[in-house]
Design a protein around this ligand. Structure first.
Ligand code: CP
Length: 291
């Protein structure tokens, strides 16, 4: 694997291989190292999980990190993304982890001769989030085929929804969406349902963060209480879930909006398990891309 920029570019075999490698790392069956390799993490959008999870993965692989902060870099003097990345390659970085607000920002970087790992591009793709979600699902069910999944929330603005819809359907899962009309996305395909019509039938409820930062002025009418009542996971819906159903959310969570505060760490929740798996999954992505 030369780069990881989109789930569309991974075959189902690639996905299963990455999950298997991550699982070996998690269970201590293999002790990987990328000692002597240099990496820079470029986050043009805010992040807690993805940035810290990559940093942790890099530490566990004994990599050296080149500290790069947008606010103190020459990006502030107008340096282009291409020139920033070309510079980091020239000084000896072996890979770049990048989160950027522009969809497909990576297109101009793929022939530079340095692995590009997409940590999220606008509303486009979030491949490592999708892979860690898939790892978490595989741990829970041991398969993807015929699982019934509802992805609920701000579909249109969510790179997580796009990445997971593509990968889960390719892997044989049955995926439907539940979302207010304004956040439905016809370009993605898929069927929209009422959450209450499917809540007792699904194996997985995948909740999405309401992405206020990607909404225009119209969003000032957003009513968190009304949203929670129609699209949020509350106690009543939780109690209707199948016995072995699980709840997922990429986080950060807007508590009492997408999910009731008391349910974030409920027995069916895998939210913190997703974060834990993310470190091993990102270690696998790094060892599969950096030579
Ligand atoms: N899930 C996720 O991408 O979280 P961060 O924005 O905190 O990285």
């Amino acid at each position: 694997m030369q780069h990881l920029v989109s789930m569309e570019k991974l075959s189902t075999e690639d996905i299963k291989h990455l999950i298997e490698v991550a699982s070996q790392y998690k269970h201590g069956e293999v002790r990987p190292s990328l000692k002597g390799k240099y990496i820079a993490n470029l986050f043009f959008e805010n992040s807690t999980r993805t940035k810290c999870s990559f940093e942790m993965a890099e530490h566990r692989l004994e990599m050296k990190q080149i500290n790069f902060e947008i606010a103190t870099s020459s990006v502030q003097k107008g340096e282009s993304l291409y020139d920033t990345c070309r510079t980091l390659q020239s000084i000896g970085c072996d890979a770049l982890v990048i989160r950027h607000h522009e969809n497909n920002y990576y297109d101009e970087l793929l022939h530079m001769g340095i692995p590009i790992i997409n940590a999220g591009d606008g509303s486009g793709q979030h491949p490592t989030q999708s892979l860690l979600d898939l790892m978490t699902i595989y741990e829970a069910f041991g398969r993807f085929e015929a699982l019934n999944i509802v992805i609920c929330g701000d579909i249109k603005n969510s790179r997580v929804a796009r990445s997971n819809y593509q990968s889960l359907t390719a892997l044989g899962a049955n995926v439907v969406f539940s979302s207010p009309d304004i956040w439905q996305d016809e370009t993605m395909g898929g069927t929209y349902v009422d959450l209450d019509d499917v809540i007792d039938k699904v194996d997985i409820v995948m909740l999405l963060r309401v992405q206020h930062e990607r909404h225009d002025e119209g969003d000032i009418t957003f009513d968190a209480k009304a949203y929670h009542a129609q699209y949020g996971l509350n106690e009543a819906r939780y109690n209707r879930l199948k016995e072995d159903a699980i709840i997922m959310h990429p986080a950060p969570v807007n508590r009492n909006v997408e999910i009731a505060d008391a349910l974030v760490e409920a027995p069916k929740s895998r939210i913190f398990k997703q974060m834990q798996n993310g470190v091993y999954l990102r270690m696998a992505v790094l060892t599969e891309t950096i030579r």
